[in-house]
Design a binder for this molecule. Structure first.
Ligand code: CMX
Length: 434
């Protein structure tokens, strides 16, 4: 058994009594109430999910296993010659809560290499799809068709104790995570680079191998590492994470859960917003004839979008009430590596003019930019200008968090999810009694 899996087993066994004690001794203690606005309004703020992988504070932003983004980047072992940590070491942190040593990290990287071969039938399925299919559809389909390889299904059918469900979940999750970069890069090269897939290089770490298979030179390997890390997890309530958790709660295996979570991520209010940001900026660029707009000119474009009843992509958030630290980390990267890039200039002007406009309009609860406002510009700069593909990158990253959550869901015996619905008449009755 790998060191990671052994460590995880110990963590799980130590953690289980906490969940059991909460349920047995304090199960009837109230966590909060639910208002009519929350029932109609997408359960915003209702505390009914549990995860220890990450926590999102409205003002501070995300902490992964208790660490802020700068702390995470600083503490994890770095890839030799690069600025960014190994994605594999980050996965170790998400799964166990421990900062791995360099040796632990390299062991996960080795484990990934043995699991990373994507079966030929997956490529055959992708090739049978019309070439103009959206890459997220291909990505989701590619994941789904690997479901036939599920270790979870095989072991479940053989008969498995509830306490051991996490074990084959781990096997599926690790196999899937190891394969996703190859799957994503294959879709990219097939669709956008004249059907010239590049074979994996197993001497490289996950981020390095992904950059290699994309055919993009350094420092794109570091861009990939940063991108996967930043997009990995955002606690449990966002659409992709929640979808993964929900589907897996029916004991559907990790392939079913991952494919479903990718479908949720593909929505323009969620992961597709990074594509929408670039599309929006390109629209402004066309109207400006490529010239960088003044702040006054940019304000007009923002108001025109709002007045036509559309959202400004990349701004606002359901939980955050400050600028997203994932935005700030990517902004720092841009200031260091591409300060003069014209699209970065657009993003920078938008950062200045949009929040006051959203405040003036008075609808959005959070006028500040989120992760998606900044991520496309970096990809564009390094030659990845097919913005339809950006959400696939988000998906590879998000799978890290979703898979860790699903493993722990099974380890702690979380049940099938089943919130209760009410009718409109029932809500009217409750309201009348107030
Ligand atoms: N532009 C214009 N209007 C916005 C807005 C924006 N960026 N953000 C919120 N609003 C509007 C909402 O559409 C809503 O309008 P209505 O009252 O007419 O329905 C109102 O402000 C209140 O919304 P909210 O409570 O502030 O935000 P929600 O929790 O409902 O939605 C989000 C959050 C992210 C979907 C929303 O801010 C949005 O649509 N943003 C643009 C899309 C985007 O960037 N999504 C990516 C989020 C990060 C991610 O998941 O990847």
């Amino acid at each position: 058994m790998s060191k990671l899996k052994e460590t995880l087993r110990e963590k799980i066994e130590a953690w289980r009594p906490r969940t059991t004690a909460l349920l047995k001794k304090h199960g009837d203690v109230k966590v909060g109430d639910v208002t009519i606005a929350q029932a109609i309004g997408g359960a915003r703020g209702v505390k009914c999910l549990v995860t220890d992988i990450s926590y999102l504070d409205p003002n501070e932003g995300i902490r992964f296993r208790g660490y802020t983004i700068p702390e995470t980047l600083e503490k994890l072992p770095k890839v030799p010659g690069g600025e960014m940590p190994y994605v594999e070491g980050f996965l170790y942190l998400l799964l166990t809560g421990d900062i791995p040593t360099k040796k632990d990290t390299e062991a996960v990287a080795e484990e990934f290499k043995t699991r990373s071969r994507v079966p030929q039938y997956v490529f055959d399925v992708l090739r049978a799809m019309p070439r103009d299919t959206h890459p997220m559809t291909m990505f989701s389909a590619g994941i789904l068709c690997m479901q036939r390889d599920s270790v979870f299904v095989k072991r479940y059918n053989e008969g498995l104790s509830k306490m051991d469900l996490w074990d084959p979940t781990y096997e599926d999750a690790m196999n899937l995570l190891a394969r996703l970069p190859t799957l994503g890069a294959y879709i990219f090269r097939m669709k956008y680079r004249a059907d010239t897939p590049i074979a994996p290089d197993f001497t490289l770490d996950m981020g390095g191998n992904f950059a290699h298979m994309m055919g993009i030179d350094k420092p794109y390997d570091d861009v990939a590492r940063l991108y996967f890390l930043l997009h990995s997890d955002h606690e449990s309530g966002n659409v992709s994470a929640h979808t993964g958790h929900l589907v897996a709660s029916a004991l559907s295996d990790p392939y079913y859960a991952a494919s479903a979570m990718i479908n949720g991520l593909a929505g323009p209010l969620h992961g597709l917003a990074n594509q929408e940001v670039l599309r929006w900026i390109q629209g402004v660029m066309d109207q400006m004839g490529g010239k960088v707009p003044s702040e006054e000119e940019m304000k007009k474009f923002v108001w025109d979008t709002l007045n036509s009843g559309q959202v400004i992509p990349g701004f606002g958030h359901a939980v955050l009430r400050k600028t997203d630290p994932r935005y700030m980390e990517q902004r720092n990267f841009c200031l260091k590596h591409l300060p003069d890039d014209p699209i970065f200039k657009y993003v920078d002007i938008l950062y200045k003019v949009t929040p006051p406009i959203l405040e003036e309009q008075g609808k959005a609860k959070n006028p500040w930019p989120n992760v998606d406002a900044q991520s496309g510009v970096i990809q564009w700069y390094y030659g990845l200008q097919e913005y339809d593909f950006y959400t696939v990158l988000f998906g590879i990253g998000r799978a890290l968090g979703v898979m860790c959550n699903i493993i722990w869901d099974r380890a702690l015996g979380y049940p099938i999810e089943r919130p209760k619905s009410v009718t409109t008449a029932m809500l009217e009755e409750v309201a009348a009694k107030k």
